[in-house]
Design a protein around this ligand. Structure first.
Ligand SMILES: Cc1cc2nc3c(=O)[nH]c(=O)nc-3n(C[C@H](O)[C@H](O)[C@H](O)COP(=O)(O)O)c2cc1C
Length: 190
């Protein structure tokens, strides 16, 4: 008999294949991250629990990452989330080796109240993980959203990942999470 290297690596103490990290001020990004973790379970993906990036360790130990942030620093050039990501992106991420790892970004914002800056922090996560050498996956269409401008819209009609809006479209969130995980599976992330 043989033990595959992968099976050996996945001992009971090893990390899950996909790490799921988020931050939040008022819980909305946690709600959406919860939908994502449920969808991952439903799809049979070996994923971590939803983990606050402020408490995270060993982020580079996963094969792939799903990362999500809210936006609170409206209009800011950098440190747009107003959460633990702001420090982590510039103090921890540059020291990690993420080359070859697939990363998918999600964001939580308010497309009506902050229509000119909808989910701007998600765009920052995308840019910084890309700069760190990761392969970014999971782009989605902007169809069905009503924002005017967004730094998460990295090309016309394309978000850099999955955007959520618990203020205006909370009833969409669970379905958006499920569809996105199906898409990521189709893109070969897991
Ligand atoms: C002071 C303030 C500033 C905000 N700025 C933005 C913004 O620039 N862009 C955006 O999409 N949402 C903005 N929002 C909305 C929040 O991002 C949104 O409510 C989000 O769901 C909060 O997520 P959280 O509960 O995980 O922190 C802002 C909300 C407040 C109260």
């Amino acid at each position: 008999w043989t033990i595959s290297p992968r099976a050996t690596f996945r001992s009971s103490t090893s990390l899950a294949a996909t790490g799921v990290f988020y931050s939040t001020m008022t819980g909305n990004t946690e709600t959406c991250g919860g939908h994502i973790v449920e969808a991952l379970k439903g799809a049979g993906v070996d994923a971590s629990d939803l983990t606050d990036i402020g408490d995270a360790d060993g982020v580079d130990g996963y094969d792939s990452l799903i990362v999500g942030a809210p936006t609170w620093h409206t209009g800011a050039d950098s440190e747009r989330s107003g959460t633990a990501w702001d420090e982590w992106l510039y103090n921890t991420l540059p020291s990690l080796n993420l080359s070859g790892k697939k990363v998918a970004v999600f964001g939580c914002g308010d497309q009506e109240g902050y229509a000119d800056n909808y989910c701007d922090a998600a765009g920052e996560l995308y840019d910084q993980f890309k700069a760190a050498g990761a392969t970014l996956v999971g782009l989605t269409s902007t169809e069905g959203y009503n924002h005017v401008e967004s730094k998460a819209e990295i090309e016309a009609g394309k978000f850099c990942g999955q955007m959520f809006d618990e203020d205006n479209q909370y009833e969409e969130s669970e379905g958006r999470a499920k569809n996105w995980i199906d898409q990521l599976k189709g893109e070969g992330m897991f």
